[in-house]
Design a protein around this ligand. Structure first.
Ligand code: DOR
Length: 430
């Protein structure tokens, strides 16, 4: 293969939109040419991008790949394949594996498995505390030395405010980013779904919005105190959006993400007691959805992150109170964003690509402009392609999508990773 030639598309990156063909050199993994019309040479692999945007590949700040420890639900290979099919060229792997990401050995294993799969860049997160137990800090220095940029105990919030303060004080000089799963666990014991009218009606234990907002408020104040920035994972409530908006207005170095399920589904989905709709934080109300959408539209929420959380069928088939929380997200994120958010394509791609790339610390190679010499990590998607979500058709080892049977708009046609087409015409090549 001499070159990959992308023809007929519209380039969309942080510099704007323009009609252009793009030539990629697989040997160097870089963009070789960008011009209004490029003629194919012998041996070129031609990818038709007619009707597509050609954008920098997406970066997911929040995926659970389950390996090591729960390979029956997902492996780094199957999760990376789902990522590539969703247009992602980099994903941050959450640390709640078994063992957790609190040692160099584990993060190096995760990264190596990602390299072996070769479908996208797998960026291991590091734990904030050893074993995510919330008691003592993980070895930040060693993990940072092994290339970890984002630290989180995701799945758990760090409950102890002093420990969180110390974590920030260590993180600052190391130049790493802490990402908080905001959940005050004393308020969520036994909780199954959002605390509100629907949960009272169903007679289920409620998960108050305050459980999230209290920790978010505390951590914003810790950012103010220490001057060290923080990222907030999967915002789910209207008040959370207000808190982050106010923090940004105060000039605090905070960033935030929202997951597609939180801006597309309400707690009313739980009326059938179906564990497919159980997630942490829980699905909230229409007013929360409206606030999340407004937060994404005005940039209060920087990134769309999937919180892709595969669970093996036998676990998701347990009764609602026993089933684990979480939903698949990688293959539906773009379509849900295009279908449900009242945002121009450039703003959707910003939230999926260059903004999360900066938060993940990979803006040197992901979310780059589509220009000569840049790393060729690209997503080519048709914003008007309608398709119907099928759980059985997904690359994941698990089937727990809440969107099965839903018709959505916007589909990834091709994904280029390090100059190689890893998805062609909607099919993974590896
Ligand atoms: O719904 C969720 N599932 N939220 C989390 O924070 C953890 C995740 C998981 O690991 O399944």
């Amino acid at each position: 293969m001499t070159r990959v030639l992308i023809t007929g598309g519209t380039v969309l990156d942080q510099t704007g939109e323009r009609r252009a063909d793009v030539a990629v050199d697989p040997a160097s993994g870089r963009i070789a040419d960008v011009a209004p019309a490029l003629a194919p040479s012998d041996g070129d692999v031609v990818l038709d991008a007619t009707g597509c945007f050609v954008s920098p590949g997406f970066v997911d700040l929040h995926v659970h790949l389950r390996e090591p420890g729960k390979e029956e639900a997902e492996t780094i290979e199957t999760g990376s394949r789902g990522a590539a099919l969703g247009g992602f060229t980099a994903v941050v792997a959450m640390p709640n594996t078994d063992p957790a990401h609190d040692s160099v050995a584990v993060v190096e294993f995760v990264r190596a498995q990602g390299e072996r799969a070769g479908l996208c860049e797998v960026l291991p997160s590091g734990c904030i505390t050893v074993g995510r137990a919330g008691e003592r800090l993980a070895p930040f220095g060693e993990l940072a030395g092994a290339g970890v940029r984002l630290f989180t105990d995701d799945g758990n919030g760090v409950q102890d405010p002093l420990l969180m303060r110390r974590a920030l004080e260590y993180a600052g000089p190391l130049g790493i980013t802490l990402a908080q799963h905001c959940e005050t666990s004393a308020l969520t014991k036994g909780a199954v779904m959002h605390e509100g009218a629907c949960c009272s009606h169903l007679g289920l234990p409620g998960w108050p919005a305050l459980a999230e907002e209290l920790m978010l408020f505390r951590d914003i104040e810790l950012v103010r105190l220490t001057g060290v920035g923080m990222h907030f994972l999967h915002l789910s409530t209207a008040r959370s959006v207000e808190l982050v908006r106010a923090a940004k207005a105060d000039g605090l170095p905070v960033t935030a993400e929202a997951a597609p399920h939180h801006f597309t589904l309400t707690d009313e989905m739980l009326t059938g007691y179906d564990p497919l709709f159980k997630v942490n934080p829980p699905l909230r109300t229409r007013a929360d959805i409206d606030a999340l959408k407004a937060g994404l539209a005005d940039g209060t929420i920087d990134a769309i992150a999937t919180d892709h959380a595969p669970h093996a069928p036998h676990t998701k088939e347990l009764p609602l109170d026993q089933a684990p929380p979480g939903m698949l997200g990688l293959e539906t994120a773009l379509a849900l964003a295009i279908s449900e958010l009242d945002m121009p394509p450039a703003a959707v791609v910003a939230a999926l690509s260059w903004k999360p790339a900066a938060i993940a610390g990979v803006a040197d190679r992901h979310g780059r402009p589509v220009a000569v010499g840049e790393p060729a990590n690209l997503a080519l998607f048709d914003p008007s392609h309608e398709w119907t979500v099928s759980a059985a058709g997904m690359a994941s080892k698990s089937r727990n999508t809440p969107y099965g049977g839903r018709t959505v708009r916007g589909k990834v046609r091709h994904t280029i990773f390090r100059g190689h087409p890893v998805v062609v015409d909607g099919h993974a090549t590896r």
